[in-house]
Design a protein around this ligand. Structure first.
Ligand code: HEM
Length: 530
């Protein structure tokens, strides 16, 4: 017994001695500054809680808190959310280029956020998948088979018929409400309908003929799931996903947020799975069928690239959410600015009319005419800059130890590239708070070139580098085409002459209007609906 006590005391003593030896050895080695890791600066932090209190005090507008912190700390800094690693925030153009372009293989992975696993079949979707062969195969399928130029062109009849329906719905709503409309709801219905038809195929659209009410109910249900899925990506969720301390402190809230995600995930799967399985059976029975829809392309991945039914469901849902939420909210911001700045609206309208030529019988602005509308395109871009929809993009993960702007970034660090801060940087943009579409046109400014020509990453609403949005071309096409037709068909005015548009922002992970736009519309005199 005595021997046992002596042995265990000796062990404890040895452990202490080893600990202090290692501690002092490390301190001795790191005395030399060159050997000491140089981490990015961070704001003053609380013990254990790190920077959580500052972040939570900033409320939901933490993208603004992050932007303001950059003024104090510089273009790369750490915030501690109570996890094992800090989160690195990047707000500088050169650092974005260094990370996402020059070191793209290091900064092209994603963190495995707890909530994502429920809505990605365990990180098996394009957006959530870590950098590697699975992501590369998915990304290729999406970029070539679903969103390549010829595929985009093939969806034109769908876009045209949905624009007709959108204009008709707005006109109907205006007639019933003395000219007053709520464009967001109409834009969402349209965006969801277009993406459903592209995603699931015309067979889905044909349900309309069979039972229009049932189809509409399904669209509404799916849209509700899409909205809830966007909420699942809120900044609150990001914080509790990445911080043990936040999860522990806010346990009841964190638990209920997780339950919500599980519920919305179950609802989404129960709605989409039957469509996927039905289409799979059809393709098995008709092997010669041409690949047309998102679902078809994902089902046709064979061999090593083959996806399970659940993976197909979540990949198709991800594309649909990407294609609906952004488009409808960006257009809402653009229309709000048209109401606020009638002279800009008039300029857009004049440009569209000139591009349409003298033939006033024409009813829709054609996609082929969009190239003749540089001012309209600049207005859309300025709306995206001024109200950057995804200011923090989607977080990345450092796949290995590396250096960024001279700082050491350990493997496994979550890195957020702050596109919103770049879009409002007053070292890059003149009067960034002002809505000035001209800044995107050549021939303006002292250098006679648009800002984006000299500052490549100043405007990155679709992210940058390997993980940038594969739907950018589709996104711009939908935005320009819809916006041109909305301005060509209607003159947009305020809800009432004395009520200014409320531009207050609401931030979940995307920036939307806190109070959805309500506006009056007047049909343009030349415009005739079929
Ligand atoms: C105006 C519309 C759109 C905007 C503003 C937008 C914005 C973004 C942003 C900011 C990212 C993150 C990029 C990053 O991590 O650096 C992203 C990723 C993504 N977007 Fe979009 N998007 C739009 C439309 C679309 C459309 C139409 C689709 C597909 C139909 C789509 C599918 C995706 C996918 C799959 C990813 C993940 C890419 C990856 O991780 O490899 N998006 N988008």
């Amino acid at each position: 017994m005595a021997n046992y006590i002596i042995a265990s005391n000796a062990l404890v003593l040895l452990a202490f001695v080893t600990f202090f030896f290692v501690y002092f050895l490390r301190a001795f080695i790191l005395r030399d500054k060159k050997l000491r890791p140089k981490y990015p600066p961070s704001p003053w932090k609380w013990p254990i809680l790190g920077n959580l209190p500052q972040l939570l005090r900033g409320g939901p507008a933490c993208h603004t808190t992050f932007r303001l912190l950059a003024k104090e700390l510089g273009p790369v800094y750490n915030v501690w959310l109570g996890g094992s690693f800090p989160m690195v925030i990047v707000t500088g153009e050169e650092t974005v280029h260094e990370a996402l372009i020059k070191q793209s293989s290091v900064f092209s992975s994603r963190p495995k956020l707890l909530s994502w696993q429920h809505i990605s079949a365990g990180f098996k979707t394009t957006m959530t998948s870590p950098f590697g062969p699975h992501w590369q195969k998915l990304r290729k399928t999406i970029s070539v088979d679903l969103l390549g130029p010829s595929k985009l062109a093939s969806y034109k009849p769908i876009r045209d018929s949905e624009i007709q329906k959108l204009l008709a719905r707005l006109r109907e709503q205006a007639h019933a409400n003395a000219g007053l409309v709520s464009p967001l709801d109409q834009l969402r219905t349209s965006a969801v309908d277009v993406i459903m038809r592209i995603g699931f195929g015309e067979e889905f659209a044909l349900m309309e003929a069979v039972n229009s009410n049932r189809r509409h109910a399904k669209i509404v249900e799916l849209d509700r799931c899409f909205r809830q899925l966007m909420d699942a990506g809120s900044i609150f969720q990001l914080v509790i996903d990445s911080s043990v301390v936040a999860r522990t402190l806010l346990f009841p809230l964190a638990r209920s947020a997780n339950r919500n995600i599980e519920t919305v995930a179950d609802n989404t799967v129960s709605l989409v799975m039957p469509i996927v399985q039905q289409r799979k059976r059809y393709l098995q029975d008709h092997p010669a069928t041409e690949t047309r829809t998102f679902v078809d392309a994902l089902i046709s991945c064979k061999g090593e690239s083959a996806l399970t039914d659940l993976e197909i469901v979540w990949n198709v849902v991800e594309l649909m959410v990407g294609g609906t939420d952004n488009t409808s909210h960006i257009l809402e911001w653009a229309l709000a600015n048209m109401v606020k700045y009638p002279h800009i609206q008039e300029k857009v309208y004049t440009e569209v009319r000139c591009a349409m030529g003298p033939n006033l019988e024409r009813r829709l602005v054609e996609e082929s005419e969009l190239d003749k509308l540089p001012y309209l395109q600049a207005v859309v871009k300025e709306s995206m800059r001024r109200h950057m929809m995804t200011p923090l993009a989607i977080p990345k993960l450092a796949a290995q130890d590396c250096k960024l702007s001279g700082y050491d970034i350990p493997k496994g660090t979550m890195v957020v590239f702050h596109a919103g801060a770049l879009a409002m940087d007053d070292d890059i943009w003149t009067d960034p708070l002002n809505f000035r579409p001209e800044r995107f046109l050549a021939g303006t400014g002292s250098s006679n070139a648009p800002v984006t020509q000299t500052h490549k990453h100043a405007f990155m609403p679709f992210g940058a580098g390997r993980r940038s949005c594969p739907g950018a071309a589709m996104g711009f096409l939908h935005l320009h085409h819809l916006f041109a037709n909305l301005i060509y068909a209607f003159e947009w005015g305020p809800e009432s002459p004395r009520k200014a548009v409320d531009f207050t922002e609401k931030f979940r992970m995307v920036v939307t209007m806190k109070n959805p736009l309500r506006a009056t519309i007047k049909e343009r005199t030349h415009f005739r609906m079929m």
